[in-house]
Design a protein around this ligand. Structure first.
Ligand code: G6P
Ligand code: MG
Length: 220
């Protein structure tokens, strides 16, 4: 049975979640808004525009449209300064092992990320060629938890949503996978990602046998 395995990028393939956090924190502080790790959790999987909207809301701030777009560019420039230094060493543990296993098993592999920087990051860490299709922030109009990003990936691969398995580190992403009728696998904290069908701390806990079971499961 051919299944599609759809990977989120930030916090699943690479630990860029920490760079998003640092960049948003710097921006929030420059506006006199405090910004905690818990708040950052709520920004995972959320688009750049919506993230800034949330931060302003938390800080009770209203700003002009012009300042809004300036702040978005500043955040991205700060974020890109971290990305510029990335290489394959920043791929999260055992992600290559799982990707290679899926390739060996002739399974379809997709990227489903909200990031507009996704393609550049995959190139930097030399994983671009492992994906059969890439759907990112430049392809979607609706942000997670809307399932658009994953449904587009499934469609591009010609695989029904029920036969798709999503790896996600964000609450919004798990919700999106569930709404899409896909199998959701949380990568991270069990308490945070309790809505997922399965949760693992990271890919080192995922065995080839588990992947093979998912592949073998017949959906009627
Ligand atoms: C991912 C991250 C978010 C980020 C979003 C947009 O979903 O989890 O933290 O805000 O992508 O990323 P971008 O690189 O386009 O700013
Ligand atoms: Mg993520």
């Amino acid at each position: 049975m051919k299944k599609a395995f759809i990977f989120d990028l930030d916090g699943v393939i690479v630990d860029t979640a920490k760079y998003h956090f640092l960049a948003w924190q710097k921006l929030a502080h420059s506006l006199g808004i405090s910004f905690s790790e818990e708040q950052n959790e709520q920004l995972k999987g959320v688009s750049r525009v919506q993230s800034l909207e949330k931060i302003l809301e938390w800080g009770n701030k209203t700003i002009s449209e012009e300042r809004f777009s300036r702040l978005m560019s500043e955040k991205n420039e700060e974020y890109l300064s971290y990305i510029a230094k990335m290489d394959a060493g920043e791929i999260l543990p055992d992600v290559p092992r799982i990707l290679e296993h899926l390739i060996l098993e002739n399974q379809a592999i997709a990227l489903g990320s909200a990031s507009k920087n996704a393609r550049a990051i995959l190139e930097k860490v030399q994983l671009y060629d492992k994906f059969n299709t890439i759907v990112d922030g430049t392809n979607v109009s609706k942000a997670k938890p809307d399932p658009e990003v994953f449904l587009l990936g499934a469609k591009a691969l010609g695989i029904s949503p029920e036969n798709c398995i999503v790896f996600e580190d964000s609450v919004a992403g798990i919700k999106a996978a569930n709404i899409a009728n896909m199998i959701s696998i949380g990568i991270g904290n069990q308490e945070v990602l309790h809505e997922a069908d399965y949760v693992f701390n990271d890919f080192t806990e995922i065995k080839e046998e588990f992947i093979n079971q998912l592949v073998a499961t017949k959906i009627v």
